[in-house]
Ligand binder design. Structure first.
Ligand code: SF4
Length: 526
């Protein structure tokens, strides 16, 4: 059955007015009450109906617009699914927005909320919510809907799952494998662990079960051997099980595979064949069993974080978030620009100016840019102590030649280093001002040296510096989103966290909308 269209009243009833008057903070409740029929107009409701066809048999389907509003309120208030359902019964502000004032029952249950979220994720419906807020915006005078000036930046998002050391990661994966089989067979984990020869993972703490002196390197090495032997034992035992349900068996095998990934990334063989922990951190090291997408990342050289990076692209003229992206914490910033560009293509908008920090300079948006896209970014400082810096050398782009201060000219290519001949440099009268090397001066030419030159030149003008200051606005936007979303991810996995960030973008855009003149005079008096 197709969900019905939602037609809540537009004007406030007497009892709604009383609630509205009592809302002092959290004005978004009131704003959503005022614009809900515009936000979820008939066309948008029909779009949502295509993505959510609730399969619950025998129950009256709930209008998707009503659930979508609850999803937005959930993001705004930062509550869990259970708390959201509770708020629909206990919180009159939620009831005001969802048209269920004084109702003793929530308009829908947690299952519907979960299914709706899954449907939005499966069909990119969360992106549609962002697009809808942008459609509702009042365009400023002179604003072109087709061209975009935007700023892109990111901030850390700590993962929701536990980060563990190698011993505990292996133990966690093994226990998980045994737990699904125990559940399937309706037995307790300890008896399954005994059958699988894995008693050490049956308890709540692997390290307590091993009961070793963890300061003793020999005992630590022995612990690793014992855990890996247990892994072999569990793997063989699981393979022999024929009376386990298919789903449980697949999950158990997946956990064992996870343990093998940890083994491969974190351990290596000693010359005598016994295992030992690998030195250093493996590239792309998995750090959690529950969340396979979390990674170690760095805020700066000294500050580390575990989880994700959230990226936000803000329209500098409209003030709204156009697109967001989530990447694992170890992924270079540049990798988010492909999916962000896809989102912009959906909005049929073309980037004409992109303000970024240097981490995005290697992105495809910069490398494959059209000539009419302006990149605004702080350039690197070109310094070489007291010696000549790169700007003392003249780059002749037409002939691809570089000219040194002493008039020596050599060919150059972007992305390569030019080495001036030592026999010239060593007899050069400017040698002491140019290099301390006896092998001649070298100058590295960046892969996109033209852009760097452009950035340096722009930074030297007042207008260029004013442009750079515009980037502050994206930092404020990220800070606000951080306030609503918090520093820690709500969900496990990249896609669900992208969903969460997208609804935060919706909350941000609604706040911007609330500051704009209302298109419909009825809203102003509602
Ligand atoms: S030291 Fe070499 S590169 Fe530098 S100015 Fe002299 S000749 Fe040119």
């Amino acid at each position: 059955m197709r969900p019905p269209v939602w037609n809540p009243p537009i004007s406030l009833s007497a009892s709604e007015q009383k609630v509205a008057q009592r809302i002092r903070k959290a004005k978004l409740f009131l704003f959503l009450r005022q614009i809900r029929h515009e936000l979820f107009d008939l066309e948008f409701q029909q779009e949502l109906a295509k993505v959510f066809k609730d399969s619950t048999v025998g129950l009256c389907p709930v209008p998707p617009a009503q659930i979508a509003l609850a999803i937005i309120l959930q993001a705004y208030t930062g509550v869990s699914d259970d708390e959201a359902i509770e708020a629909m019964v206990m919180d009159r502000r939620w009831q005001l927005v969802l048209d269920c004032l004084d109702s003793e029952q929530a308009p829908f249950g947690k299952g519907t909320l979960v299914r709706f979220r899954a449907a939005l994720i499966a069909s990119e419906g969360d992106r549609m919510l962002i697009e809808r807020t942008i459609e509702m915006a009042q365009m400023p005078q002179g604003y072109s809907f087709r061209t975009l000036r935007a700023a892109l930046d990111s901030s850390p998002l700590w993962g929701a799952a536990r980060v563990e050391d190698t011993y505990n990661l292996l133990g966690h994966a093994l226990r998980k494998a045994l737990e699904v089989i125990a559940r399937d067979r309706k037995q307790n984990v300890s008896s399954i662990a005994t059958l699988a020869g894995a008693d050490i993972v049956a308890g709540s703490s692997l390290k307590a079960a091993l009961d070793l002196d963890w300061d003793d390197p020999q005992q630590k090495a022995q612990a690793l051997t014992t855990i890996l032997q247990t892994l072999n034992s569990v793997e063989s035992w699981v393979k022999e099980q024929t009376d386990v349900g298919e789903k449980a068996l697949t999950q158990a095998k997946q956990s064992i595979e996870d343990a093998r990934i940890i083994e491969a990334q974190d351990t290596e063989e000693e010359s005598n064949g016994s295992p030992k922990l690998r030195k250093g951190v493996a590239p792309n090291r998995r750090i959690s069993i529950e969340d396979k997408d979390m990674r170690h990342g760095r805020k700066s050289r000294n500050q580390r974080f575990d989880g994700y990076k959230r990226h936000v692209l803000k329209d500098l003229d409209l003030g709204m978030v156009r697109a967001v992206g989530v990447t694992s914490a170890n992924q270079p910033e540049a990798e988010v620009t492909q999916p962000i560009e896809t989102d912009l293509q959906h909005q049929k908008v073309e980037l004409k100016e992109l303000q970024i920090d240097r981490a995005y300079l290697t992105s495809h948006l910069v490398k494959e840019r059209d000539s009419d896209l302006t990149i605004v970014c702080k350039s690197w400082r070109v310094r070489n102590g007291k010696l000549f810096d790169k700007t003392s050398f003249i780059l002749d782009w037409e002939n691809s030649k570089i000219l040194c201060p002493n008039g020596i000219s050599l060919p150059f290519m972007q992305g390569q280093v030019v080495h001036f001949p030592k026999h010239e440099c060593n007899i050069c009268p400017l040698h002491s001002q140019c290099t301390e090397s006896k092998n001649g001066r070298s100058v590295s030419i960046h892969a996109d040296e033209i852009l760097l030159k452009e950035l340096r030149e722009r930074q030297n003008t007042a207008q260029g510096r004013a442009k750079l200051r515009e980037r502050v606005s994206i930092e404020h936007c990220l800070a606000k989103i951080g306030q609503w979303q918090g520093e820690q991810a709500r969900y496990i996995g990249l896609r669900k966290n992208l969903f969460d960030l997208r609804r935060m973008a919706v909350v941000h855009n609604l706040h911007v909308l609330a500051q704009m003149p209302l298109p419909n005079p009825m809203l102003a008096t509602a």
